[in-house]
Design a binder for this molecule. Structure first.
Ligand code: HEM
Ligand code: HEM
Length: 124
């Protein structure tokens, strides 16, 4: 893929991370906000709250979006930093392959978890 296209997606992913991470941090740290939208008044990271969120399609979809955007943004950014060290062609190839492999495996695993928990019948 062309470098300018990857850079474009890096900026778009940064914008997605900005919005979704603000929501994620809001939910994780503002207990009252969570209660106001009817998702329970428990500690946001206790098991009942985590499962209550994970059963909503909205959260399942935004987890996957945040996961994909943060992985792409982070790995592409790291790759750029490494490329600035003027690596050999061979090393650049290794960095490219490692980023795609590690990022891809993490994305598949995280997506699997979000979907599996969404489909699970949880009784607490
Ligand atoms: C509020 C959320 C974020 C926004 C708005 C954002 C935005 C940006 C922007 C605009 C750039 C390009 C900077 C430049 O080189 O001109 C950048 C670079 C980068 N970002 Fe983010 N980012 C965010 C979160 C993150 C997170 C959570 C990570 C780690 C997973 C991350 C990792 C990086 C890396 C490694 C670079 C490359 C730095 C470089 O090229 O020198 N960012 N980010
Ligand atoms: C103190 C900070 C944080 C806390 C307490 C926290 C807590 C959690 C919890 C409890 C979940 C499970 C889902 C849920 O309960 O809603 C989750 C999921 C997730 N978090 Fe965070 N988080 C934090 C920071 C971050 C940051 C900085 C990022 C990304 C840059 C992030 C990205 C994600 C993603 C992508 C998921 C979904 C993973 C998946 O389902 O595969 N979190 N987080």
């Amino acid at each position: 893929m062309r470098e300018s296209t990857l850079w474009f997606w890096h900026i778009i992913a940064g914008a997605v991370v900005l919005v979704l991470l603000a929501l994620h941090m809001g939910i994780m740290h503002l207990n009252d906000m969570l209660a106001a939208i009817g998702l329970g008044q428990h500690d946001p990271v206790d098991v009942a709250s985590v499962f209550a969120r994970s059963q909503h399609a909205f959260f399942m979809i935004t987890y996957i979006l945040l996961l994909g955007a943060a992985l792409f943004h982070g790995f592409y950014g790291l790759r750029n930093i490494l490329f600035e060290l003027t690596l050999s062609r061979g090393m650049e190839k290794v960095v490219n392959i490692a980023s795609v492999l590690v990022g891809g495996v993490l994305f598949i695993y995280g997506t699997y978890v979000a979907i599996a928990i969404f489909l699970m019948e949880v009784q607490i």
